[in-house]
Design a protein around this ligand. Sequence first.
Ligand SMILES: CC(C)[C@H](C(=O)O)[C@@H](O)C(=O)O
Ligand code: SF4
Length: 466
Amino acid sequence: MEKKTLFDKVWDAHVIKSVQDGPDVFFIDKHFIHEVTSPVAFLNLEKRGIGVMFPERTVATPDHNVPTIDQDKTIKDKLSRMQVEKLRENCKNHGIDLHDLGSAHHGIVHVIGPELGITQPGMTIVCGDSHTSTHGAFGAIAFGIGTSEVEMVFATQCIMQSKPKKMRITVEGTLGKGVTSKDIILYIISKISAAGATGYFVEYAGSAIQSLSMEARMTICNMSIEMGARGGLIAPDETTFEYLKGKQYAPIGADWEKAVSEWKELKTDEGATFDMEYNFEAEDIEPMITYGTNPGMGIKVVGNIPTTDGMEGSNKKTYLKSLDYMGFAPGEAIKGKKVDYVFVGSCTNGRIEDIRAVADFVKGKKKADNITAWIVPGSREVEKLAHEEGLVKILEEAGFELRQPGCSACLAMNDDKIPAGKYAVSTSNRNFEGRQGPGARTMLASPLTVAAVAVTGEICDPREVF
Ligand SMILES: CC(C)[C@H](C(=O)O)[C@@H](O)C(=O)O
Ligand code: SF4
């Protein structure tokens, strides 16, 4: 029998029609939408006089533009207000479930999907958002699409897709103390570069990946896109089933048993082949941080910023431009650099385990005076748990400011901006120029490292801070 990868199995089960030398007609199980990339798609649908084919397969939430304070009041910023209102109107007109601001399951789209049990193994999931790859942690094929494809999915529940190439990244072994899944993915991207997986769909495998919680797996799949991949996925296992059991939209009773037995088949067959393979050892991974303006520019927190040795021409120029933006010099140690802001949040690391990790670390400590510390739960559910578990109290005592759910300073499309020239150590996924506000300097790290930086006020090794 033909040996298949996990990716092949899910892909092949969703091809409605294969077109010779062309893209496949590909069926989409779940479509998430938010206020930024859906309005034009809805508008075009209306212009063409057609409706949404399967509103019950579509789930909406406003997350990017929303303010993270006073969410019960009218949104002050006009554009943001219009976008959120448009989303409400469109969802109402088309019968789409909306998890609106202030409702029990409002939050970042990639946080609420898994939390509600909408995201399940073997599904195909799209959203007009690149970090849709997050949902791959459940053994789903999940990827970001453009606005014209959003329209296509509304109208037909299908898109035209060419099958990407397949890559497997295996991480074996046991993670050291203070090393988290964020460090794994920052390490992988630093090794293969921010463009290293372009054109591929990645399967993450190996004992180090299997040992991770669902939330930690989501952090890894989330950042697949930051190495150019179309998406990333992980075979479902007992950890996945345990996480999903009892969630609002998870199957129940006999349906649950049936689903789990099917989900158990969702793994790469022994002997199936990939177009590209990488192997890493967990023991080689240490707490990581980025120093430049793409997520591939990462080093260990105890490391030095690379020198320009061996770089030439435009590569060298781009590299120096990036360091200049960051205010760093080649060869310098990163440890000890002063920081102004810390941001804990986003669809990469804004889930309850992330907030627990930070609270656990800062308990009984105070943030440094030079630090402004923001903590933004990925969803209302996360916010609620953080209150119930006493984490908010711990964090506020340590000097952190808790905000309401949303993308917040991950991309600063709202009021949460890091001022020009200031340094932010952030649990998010992109460190591009201006990403967290015009002129803001972003350094990506794990929640644990961010917690340690908040306490010391400078780049430090979380393993050395007690
Ligand atoms: C606004 C949206 C389209 C964008 C994305 O696609 O990823 C955003 O979520 C981001 O993280 O940059
Ligand atoms: S949290 Fe950041 S990365 Fe995630 S969807 Fe929002 S803006 Fe994009």
